[in-house]
Design a binder for this molecule. Structure first.
Ligand SMILES: *Cc1c(COP(=O)(O)O)cnc(C)c1O
Length: 429
């Protein structure tokens, strides 16, 4: 099939994320990708700013990771996890337990971030059920969050941007604390946590867990909040005997400058969700880690088992490449590398700051955000980015990048330069 024909078929038959099937936005046909470059079918090359939504941390087609997948495919591509186990899953669990915040030592593998959130929420409900505490089965989260697209994950996404009104009567209605206002590197104000505290004080007997994205609120607004908020959330959860679920699906594996964003506040959650960068972007895989206590309570009470078990649980291809990706990351000087990317993003995006129509430029770790005062025209800005030789996919008022960690300063300069030009053009329409 010719490229034009393929694209026509795609336009007429295939749904892309958050798009209309009748009036789709243009999509670009990718031929291959290498390092930080995405090659389109017509030979154009784009410098990638998105790492395919946080996940491709070592760049595309990393020779070592590709070989690990190939070797594993030749040995054991998949086997059911009910009653069977395998070295890739065991090795991955060991690595996760050793490197995530202290105390997390029971691992549940699943297929995607949204399912990991479902699993974490089910754990929190089963934990209280097993304890014989009735009615402690609701959730508290913070506004402007994002936790995925399945039903219960959706129920703890921001109610406005998550369009909860569509699902009224079907979607459970949970507690939403005001979003943290104190910035990551700003001053701390205890008033920031009052909304969370009040909701817990008044409703803790019905709340089984607080679920939040530590430090970085991702797809719900790309905001970086104060570590003291997270410390206070941990304390309040302890005070009111509510579990803390940390959704590090976006932030895990170094993205925010710490290996896990919880480390900024030196706290451990009771349950941790990982996904996205877990396999270096090679395969879909997610993991939920829980404390021994959560594991024991669930297993000792009724029904004495955790009620979940996906068909492709702990897929060996995904586990083996996750092991290789984590080892690659830990063997590198990742922390100073993320510091380098942070400094370059700050320098490169700074010229956007004074532009009329730019609300704020902010950078944390390998995440750069240009927040505008109005939503972008997606079709127009997407084409402009491609014309400028970069792959950046904004949403709403947010133009943001989270490049692969292997991006060098020259490519980073090219990327941020393109962002400044495109943002300026977009704002001058
Ligand atoms: C992406 C994301 C999810 C959902 O993960 P999927 O793999 O897309 O289902 C959940 N939580 C956070 C914080 C995310 O960034």
């Amino acid at each position: 099939m010719e490229a034009a024909e393929q694209l026509r078929f795609d336009r007429e038959h295939i749904w892309h994320p958050y798009t209309s099937i009748d009036n789709p936005l243009e999509v670009f046909l990718v031929e291959s990708a290498e390092g930080v470059r995405i090659r389109l079918h017509d030979g154009r090359e784009l410098i990638d700013g998105m790492a395919s939504w946080w996940s491709v941390i070592h760049g595309y087609n990393n020779p070592h990771l590709t070989k690990v997948v190939q070797d594993q495919a030749a040995k054991l591509a998949h086997v059911m996890f009910g009653g069977l186990t395998h070295q890739p899953a065991i090795q991955l669990a060991q690595l996760l337990i050793a490197n995530t915040p202290a105390g997390l030592e029971r691992v549940f593998f699943c297929d995607s971030g949204s399912v990991a959130v479902e699993v974490a929420m089910k754990m929190a409900i089963q934990y209280n059920y097993a304890k014989g505490i009735s009615g402690k089965n609701r959730f508290l989260t913070i506004k402007a969050g994002y936790h995925g697209d399945t039903f219960h994950a959706m129920s703890v996404c921001d109610p406005v941007s998550g369009m909860h009104q569509i699902y009224q009567g079907i979607l459970p209605e949970y507690f939403f604390a005001d979003m943290p206002r104190c910035r990551f590197a700003g001053d701390w104000d205890e008033a920031d946590v009052l909304s969370l505290e009040k909701l817990l004080e008044e409703n803790h007997s019905t709340i089984c867990a607080v679920i939040l994205e530590p430090i970085v609120q991702g797809a719900g607004g790309m905001r970086f909040y104060h570590p003291q908020y997270l410390r206070r959330a941990r304390e309040l959860c302890d005070t009111y005997q509510v579990l803390l679920i940390a959704d590090e699906i976006a932030t895990g594996f170094g993205r925010s400058g710490e290996l896990f964003a919880c480390n900024h506040a030196s706290i451990s959650p009771d349950i941790l969700c990982l996904g996205k960068a877990l396999t270096g972007g090679y395969m879909t895989l997610a993991a939920v880690l829980a404390t021994a206590e959560v594991g024991h309570v669930i297993s000792r009470g009724e029904p004495s088992v955790f009620m979940h078990g996906p068909t492709f649980m702990a897929n060996p291809l995904a586990c083996s490449v996750a092991v290789a990706s984590i080892e690659l990351l830990l063997a590198s000087d990742w922390q100073s590398n993320i510091g380098r990317i942070e400094a370059e993003l700050k320098k490169g995006l700074e010229p956007c700051g004074p532009l009329a129509g730019v609300k704020e430029v902010r950078v944390l770790g390998a995440i750069g955000v240009v927040e505008l005062d109005r939503p972008v025209n997606m079709a127009r800005i997407q084409q402009r980015f491609v014309d400028n030789g970069v792959w950046v996919r904004p949403f709403g008022r947010l133009v943001y990048v989270m490049p692969s960690y292997i991006i060098d300063n020259q490519d980073l300069g090219f990327l941020t330069g393109a962002i400044c030009r495109v943002v300026e053009a977009e704002l001058s329409v």
